[in-house]
Design a protein around this ligand. Structure first.
Ligand SMILES: NC(=O)c1ccc[n+]([C@@H]2O[C@H](COP(=O)([O-])OP(=O)(O)OC[C@H]3O[C@@H](n4cnc5c(N)ncnc54)[C@H](O)[C@@H]3O)[C@@H](O)[C@H]2O)c1
Length: 339
């Protein structure tokens, strides 16, 4: 993977102690960027920033992105030039059960954060959006012009932020890159970084746990979809490739006076059964699983058309083949569970 090493003004990273944020912070620090992490540790881990602190110029501030005065103070103290915003609630089922929390944490807090940046004179932001903004695909692969009709509050809050950012772009020339990730996966075992969600709802860590006899058989939600083997197809993208795209997006915003909306996916989907087979091959153990009913609102296939990110950012995923993703996740899982 090539990460551009040009050092610019310090970057404020909201949610930099989480899964994707900590990987970005580590790789950006290694590439020579100066970073300030702002995280309330609601789902993140203070220790996830330590690897980056060991290799680069990284500061950690404990706090809420909704705290406007704190954000303005950080911008002034560290002379922040741009921001990356990973901080959010991410569990789709929880967003259905408790939408108030999601609108508050994902939308209201983000509005406060973005407006504090604007007031403080920071006009460049990379925002973690999601394939969930599209809803049920009317065509595949999903390109950025596909209509956005989210089917859960999680996707709706992310779309609302995108719309807010578009209005900030027009009115205030506040430039943003809205990056719509598909299924973030993999790990950076060499830095001790990987997925530590609680509860873990993502497929790959759960498949590995099942293979290693932890947590019982894997639940497979439906095997009667119109796909090549009946299970859902998703587009898995390695977290290191996501981090690379963020660095490129920061460069894009610095070099071009315009905003960007781009999918981050590989364009290749894997079925749940293919993930299970990959995990069995990597771990050398069969994966026990049980077929359960479909989950409401689960589309058969979600695969990105990723040409826009390639063209605009020069981004090509380097580490996103399924075997590498599963191997990295496995190495992280084993290291984490070995005393
Ligand atoms: N994981 C995926 O597959 C995926 C896919 C699409 C989009 N995304 C988006 O990527 C981003 C990161 O996801 P992740 O998997 O790393 O999640 P994560 O839960 O591991 O990380 C989120 C981080 O944000 C912090 N945080 C949350 N609310 C905060 C607040 N108000 N103030 C300060 N810090 C706060 C948490 O403590 C945590 O460190 C999210 O915005 C998510 O919606 C993730």
């Amino acid at each position: 993977m090539t990460i551009r090493g040009n050092v610019q003004s310090p970057i404020l990273v909201a949610g930099g102690a989480g899964f994707i944020g900590s990987t970005f912070v580590y790789l950006a620090a290694k590439a020579g960027r100066k970073l300030v992490v702002l995280d309330d540790l609601s789902t993140g881990h203070r220790g996830a920033v330590a690897a980056a602190e060991a290799v680069g110029d990284v500061r950690f501030v404990a706090g809420d992105v909704a705290d406007g005065p704190l954000v303005e103070e950080i911008v002034a103290e560290y002379k922040i030039g741009a921001a990356v915003h990973f901080a959010a609630r991410i569990e789709v089922g929880e967003s259905v059960r408790d939408p108030a929390q999601f609108w508050d944490r994902n939308f209201v807090a983000t509005l406060r954060f973005v407006d504090a940046l604007r007031r403080a004179g920071v006009g460049r932001l990379v925002f973690s959006s999601t394939a969930a903004v599209y809803g049920i695909p009317a065509r595949e692969p999903l390109d950025e012009a596909h209509p956005c009709a989210p089917v859960n509050p999680y996707g709706a809050t992310k779309l609302a932020v995108e719309q807010m950012l578009a209005s900030y772009d027009r009115a205030y020339q506040f430039r943003s890159a809205r990056l719509r990730y598909f299924n973030a996966a993999g790990a950076l075992p060499e830095a001790g970084l990987g997925e530590r969600h609680d509860p873990e709802t993502h497929l790959i860590p759960n498949v590995i746990a099942a293979a290693l006899g932890q947590g019982g058989p894997l639940s497979v939600f439906g095997d009667d979809f119109p796909t090549r083997d009946g299970t859902c197809v998703r587009d898995y993208v390695h977290v290191a490739d996501l981090a690379d795209a963020h660095l490129r997006a920061l460069d894009f915003l610095a070099e071009r006076d315009e905003s960007l909306t781009a999918n981050l996916g590989t364009g290749n989907g894997a079925t749940v059964r293919e993930v299970i087979e990959a995990a069995a091959a990597v771990t050398g153990k069969p994966v026990p699983y049980a077929i359960c009913g479909r989950r409401e609102g689960d589309p058969p296939t979600l695969v990105a058309a990723s040409g826009h990110a390639r063209a605009a950012l020069g981004w090509t995923p380097q580490r996103s083949d399924l075997t590498t993703i599963v191997e990295d996740a496995y190495r992280f899982f084993v290291a984490r569970n070995t005393p």
